[in-house]
Structures are given as C-alpha cells and as structure tokens.
Design a protein around this ligand. Structure first.
Ligand code: AMP
Length: 281
C-alpha cells in the first residue's frame, strides 16, 4: 500500500494507473475506520482494478460549535486496517495541503443542501461538496463508493456529479450495523455505556416504521408519532428531526409514495446520531 500526502504525488500515481487502463475506485473517509468503511473498500475492490482511500477530517464541513477538534483519530490503526483490506493507495493530506492560504472556491447544491441535515448543520454540505469535488478531481475515479448511512450526502453528491458533468459513478452501499441494530459510526465512541444502550432506539423506530409499511399502514403522521414515542423511551434522547421525504428533492411527503426515505438525527446525551431507511416498492 502506498501512502501519499501530496496532491501532485496522488495525481501522478493516478495518471500512471490510467495510462495502463486500470479502473480506479475511490472511498473518501474521515478515518477512525470501522466495518462500515471497510465494506465500502471491499465493494471498491470488487468493482475496480485499483482502490484509493482518503482519510481527511475536513474542517469546512464542521460548524463552529461542532466536533472537528474532538473527532476521533487513529491513523496507525486505520493504515493497518487498509493495508490488510488490500487498498492500493491511502491519501492522507494535511489541512493546508487541501486548503492552502488564499483558498477561495466552494461548490454547493443550492436547494438540497438546505434540507434535513443541512437545515440543522448550516454550511455542512458546502464543505462536503467542496472537499469531495476536490478529491474527485485529484483521484479521477471511475467509481466512488459511499454509505447509505449518510443518505442525504449521497443524494447531494449525485446531484453535484450530474450537474457538473463529472464522469464518476457514485455507488451507494448498505449501512453496516452493530448486532443490536445501531448503525456503525466513528461518533459511537462518544457514547457512554448507558447511552450506547439507549442508542438502539433510532433503529428500533425505523423498524417500527418498516413494520407499518409492510402492513400497509400508510398514515405518515401516525408512523412519525409512533417513531417519536419509541425514541422518547430513551431517557437521554432528544430528537433533532425525523422526516419522511421523497428521495429526489428531500421534501416531506404527506401520503406514501414509493420510493421514499425516513431519516433522522437524534441526540443521545451530547452525541448526535443519524440514521435512515429507504423504502422502495
Ligand atoms: P465518514 O468517515 O463518517 O465520513 O464516512 C465515510 C464513508 O463511510 C461515507 O460514505 C459514509 O456514508 C460511510 N459510512 C459511515 N458509516 C457507515 C456504515 N455504518 N455503513 C456503511 N457505510 C458507512
């Protein structure tokens, strides 16, 4: 596995691969890797000839009162896991490598970025779109693999890729969960033991919604109410949002029309967790 820290070295490496007509798969991450990330790597290895993984805790996608400084980091462990997973290149740029003095260009999906996560985290998707576009320009991947765990991120980036004629196909991979249903996340490490137990209410509420839909109970309001009730059984929970939306515009729907998404952000103590479920006919 080659470790690259400079943009120009990465570009040269990619150029050499393309010359040999190898397809390039890309998995962008913020590190502190878990099985969710590794499932993306596995998918990338199955799809492309060579695989690049980036590890970059991107400051521009964190709000001023968010956890940028605190975000968990363990680069040695990450490198060991990626080596074992058979990754070809890990790209580990510094903040000044991607945002040198004078950096002044940002990209944003104007409308999608204001919905759901974007409403709660103003500026978040501006940071995400900008960094992912920069990384895609450096890696020039044929395929980019991302997790459904961050479904709005996938929808926003698909829009950006289409709008800007980028020749990368974004492939959405399923959410990997703990045995009790909690979606794996680097932020789960913030949870205390008791909070960790309470955190299962997110998935439980989604399973409740799934049962309603399976039983053809299509009353959106009663589904939302039932979900809220389940989440509120956790003493330390505080709902940021729960929404049932279409998948294209992320607008709330009032009657069930497939496909749609139920997505949520819930605080368990001070930790903000997100989860979602996609419903297709
Ligand atoms: P992050 O390091 O949190 O920025 O995530 C990097 C990539 O891993 C994103 O595409 C995430 O959607 C994906 N990811 C994070 N958690 C999971 C999970 N539990 N299952 C599948 N993919 C995930």
């Amino acid at each position: 596995m080659v470790k690259i820290i400079s943009c120009t070295d990465l570009q040269s490496w990619v150029k050499r691969q393309k010359k040999q007509e190898r397809t390039v798969g890309f998995v962008p991450t913020m590190g502190y890797l878990h099985e969710g990330h590794l499932s993306l790597v596995k998918a990338a290895k199955e799809t492309s000839d060579v695989v690049v993984v980036s590890i970059f805790v991107n400051p521009t996608q964190f709000g001023p009162n968010e956890d940028f400084e605190r975000y968990p980091r363990d680069y040695d462990r990450d490198l060991m896991l990626l080596e074992k997973a058979g990754v070809d290149v890990v790209f580990l740029p510094s903040v000044s490598e991607l945002y040198p003095e004078g950096f002044d260009t940002y990209v944003i999906t104007e409308t999608l970025s204001t919905k759901l996560e974007g409403k709660s985290r103003p500026g978040h998707f501006k940071g995400v779109c900008t960094v992912v576009l920069k990384l895609m320009n450096l890696v020039n991947p044929d395929y980019m693999h991302m997790g459904q765990k961050d479904i709005q991120q996938c929808i926003v980036l698909k829009r950006m890729i289409q709008d800007l004629h980028i020749q990368t196909k974004l492939i959405i991979e399923p959410t990997i969960r703990e045995n009790d249903g909690l979606a794996k996340s680097s932020r789960n490490t913030y949870l205390s033991e008791s909070e960790r137990k309470e955190a299962i209410v997110l998935h439980q509420s989604l399973m409740f919604a799934k049962n309603c839909i399976d039983e053809k109970n299509y009353d959106v309001n009663s589904i939302l109410e039932g979900m809220k009730k389940i989440i509120n059984t956790a003493e330390k929970s505080k709902i940021d949002y729960i929404a049932i939306t279409d998948i294209k515009h992320l607008e709330p729907i009032t009657s069930v029309q497939f496909p749609f998404i139920i997505s949520m952000a819930v605080y368990i103590g001070h930790t903000r967790l997100i989860d979602n479920m996609l419903f297709e006919e």
